[in-house]
Design a protein around this ligand. Structure first.
Ligand code: ZN
Ligand code: ZN
Length: 272
């Protein structure tokens, strides 16, 4: 059986979760996962609600590291990481954070585009779908260029989840719509040995594909991308390892034969 680690989840240390870390661990164990990595939000300068996603590392790291040691054993490993919300003006703050604290794994995510969060309908007031996607992808590329001390790029194309709400169910972000931009992002990741995250959080929003979509994952593979990480982006115990039972087959159908697990920010390849 494929050993699967859920490497993207939130606890009460995130501004949008009340989950008890012990319950997240219990959920992962009950789903027969091989381990997990906690990745609570650190989104400095979250413009919509200031400080909602500031992560208190002085409490977070010792608390979760202690729980990780207590609950890890030979058959289940727990890591402590962080989901870092990238914005270009935060580069020096992020560099400082990562040089002062130790993590197992860093997800770099774009939650804000030009100081607005595509999660909110107001983001789409002055943008059509194509314009919103282009701006999102451009922000992704610009942020990567400015700062790339991350292990994986989080949920590329998750903006589609929210754009659908505004522009309709058929709304899609296809590689053929933005081939140059996507290829530039993918080539940047490959050149810097950064993984691309496959995030199954979309399944809890009723979608039937991960982020990025299978089509975008195929384009990554065709560009030469092989490094992927997996995570369900759970904010509640019931979503830990969501849709993981279908993930290995889905990823193998694209061509991937391995995924990456990180420990002390060092990757190892695991068979799918
Ligand atoms: Zn995120
Ligand atoms: Zn997340």
């Amino acid at each position: 059986m494929t050993k699967l680690y859920d490497m993207h989840m939130h606890t009460r240390f995130s501004g949008d979760s009340e989950a008890d870390p012990y319950e997240m661990i219990a959920a992962a164990k009950s789903k027969k996962l091989s381990g997990l990595i906690f990745t609570d939000h650190m989104d400095l300068d979250y413009w919509v609600e200031p400080h909602l996603f500031d992560l208190d590392l002085e409490t977070y790291l010792p608390t979760l590291s202690a729980i990780a040691s207590e609950c890890s054993d030979d058959s289940f490993h727990i890591g402590v990481g962080m989901e870092l919300g990238l914005q270009e003006h935060l580069v020096s703050k992020h560099q400082e954070l990562l040089s002062n604290y130790d993590f197992d794994f860093i997800i770099g995510s774009i939650h804000q585009v030009n100081k607005q969060d595509p999660y909110y309908d107001s983001f789409y007031d002055k943008r059509d779908a194509a314009g919103a996607f282009r701006e999102y992808l451009e922000a992704t590329y610009d942020n990567l260029n400015a700062f790339h001390d991350i292990d994986t790029l989080g949920h590329l194309d998750y903006i589609v989840r929210y754009a659908k709400r505004f522009f309709g169910e058929d709304t899609a972000l296809l590689s053929s719509d933005f081939p140059e931009l996507l290829e530039a992002i993918y080539r940047f990741l490959i050149a810097h040995d950064i993984s691309l995250e496959v995030n199954t959080g979309a399944y809890r929003c009723g979608l039937t594909e991960p982020n990025p979509s299978i089509e975008l994952l195929q384009f990554y593979y065709d560009c030469g991308g092989r490094a992927i990480t997996i995570g369900a982006d759970a904010h509640k115990p019931e979503h830990v390892g969501l849709a993981f039972e279908q993930l290995p087959e889905l990823l193998r159908s694209v061509g991937f034969t391995t995924y990456r697990h990180y420990l002390g920010r060092t990757p190892s390849e695991l068979p799918l």
